[in-house]
Each structure stands twice: as C-alpha cells, then as structure tokens.
Design a protein around this ligand. Structure first.
Ligand code: SF4
Length: 212
C-alpha cells in the first residue's frame, strides 16, 4: 500500500506490524487523521473551478514502485504543458495535494508519500510532475514540496526496502525512541520489553540460581 511508505519512514517495525502482520490499533492521532482524510477524499468527486479541475480520492498505482493507493486530491491545472483528459477540452497538468492532520516539519514521511503519489501519476499519465503540496490541518496552510531528484531517490529506496522486508516476512526488532510515545501500536509492539531480560536468559539465570 502506498500509504505504508509513511509508516515505514516513521518506524520500520511499525510498518511491518501493520503491513506484514496485519495488526492495527487506533489512537487520537490516527483517528483525527482518518477523519480528515474522509473529508478530503469524497471518492471520485470532480469539481471544476475555471482553469482548475479538482479530483478527490483518485486511485493510483505504479509498476516501477510496486505500489498502489489513493490520492486525497489531485488538482489538474489547465496548461499547454499538460495532458489530455477525457471529457475536458485542452490540456491539464496534474498536481497532487496530500492532507495531513498535524503541522509541517513533524515528519519527513509526508514528503515521501507525496513523492510516491507523484511518481504514480507520472507513470499513469506519462507526464512529469515537478512539485506537489501538503495541506496541514493544524495551521490550515499548504506547503509547497519540490519533488527533487534526492527526494525521488529516497522514495524509490524506501519502496525497494519495503518489498525486500515484505518478501522475507521480516518484522524488525524494537528500537525504542521518542516516537514510541505517539505510536498507536505501542501496546502491540511492547517496546518496554526490550529493557527486560529475554526468556532464555531468564531460564538460564533461574536454573543457575537453583543449582546447589
Ligand atoms: S512502539 Fe516504537 S518501536 Fe514499536 S512500532 Fe511504535 S514507534 Fe516503532
């Protein structure tokens, strides 16, 4: 799933618990984010405002990345550099807009997700998309994101790693960090167990203590 790239960038173990082990848990942040996406999606709706066509919930996929998913919003700006769209005259340039509940700069994962969306759209429409936008609910502003070569390379690298983990069915070990406090999977992942003795050492210690 394309949205998994965000989990992967946040914590590889979180991604594996969700996408390989198929486990999920909600917290305040995930619920608020879900509500915001529901508002933004309104799947398949088209709205035309002059030279702008707004499409919500567009389903996207990329063979190159091996991902599929959905865009919150794709804006098609009328432009001679754009592509042809059925039922609409002229040419239209697609620009992805991803909606986020929080505020800018909290997590580079947002840029990776947006970049993956743009790569899907480029493949689907055979065009190039040099930039996109992240809309943050907390300040109700859009941030412009340049889809640079380095961001694209980082996105492709993350996708390749996700596929490698998925094929191995590999869930990385816990690496407790400050992010665990905001992670909805904390009670499934149990990072605090990392600080405790493992079962083998516990049994060995108990047997040694029992030896006369
Ligand atoms: S609790 Fe921490 S280590 Fe575990 S999945 Fe969440 S962020 Fe990752």
């Amino acid at each position: 799933m394309l949205s998994g790239i965000q989990h992967f960038a946040f914590c590889r173990r979180q991604w594996a618990i969700i996408h390989i082990e198929q486990q999920w848990a909600e917290n305040y942040r995930t619920t608020a984010g879900e509500l915001m996406h529901k508002k933004a999606h309104d799947e398949g709706s088209f709205e035309k405002r002059g030279n702008l066509l707004i499409v919500r919930g567009l389903r996207i996929a990329s063979r190159e990345l091996g991902l599929s998913g959905q865009c919150d919003v794709v804006e098609f700006h009328q432009s001679c550099q754009g592509i042809h769209l059925a039922k609409y005259e002229g040419k239209w340039h697609p620009v992805p807009v991803e909606y986020k509940h929080g505020k800018p700069g909290e997590n580079h994962a947002d840029e990776l997700q947006l970049c993956a969306q743009a790569i899907c759209l480029e493949e689907m429409f055979q065009t190039s998309i040099p930039d996109g936008f992240l809309y943050y609910g907390e300040n109700r502003r859009r941030s412009h994101v340049e889809l640079s070569v380095s961001l694209r390379d980082e996105t492709k690298k993350a996708c390749a790693e996700m596929h490698a983990f998925f094929q191995r069915g590999y869930t990385p070990r816990v690496k407790p960090s400050g992010r665990c406090k905001s992670c909805s999977l904390e009670n499934l992942c149990l990072p605090e167990l990392q600080k405790k003795m493992n079962v083998r050492d516990y049994i060995e210690q108990s047997l040694n203590a029992a030896d006369p």
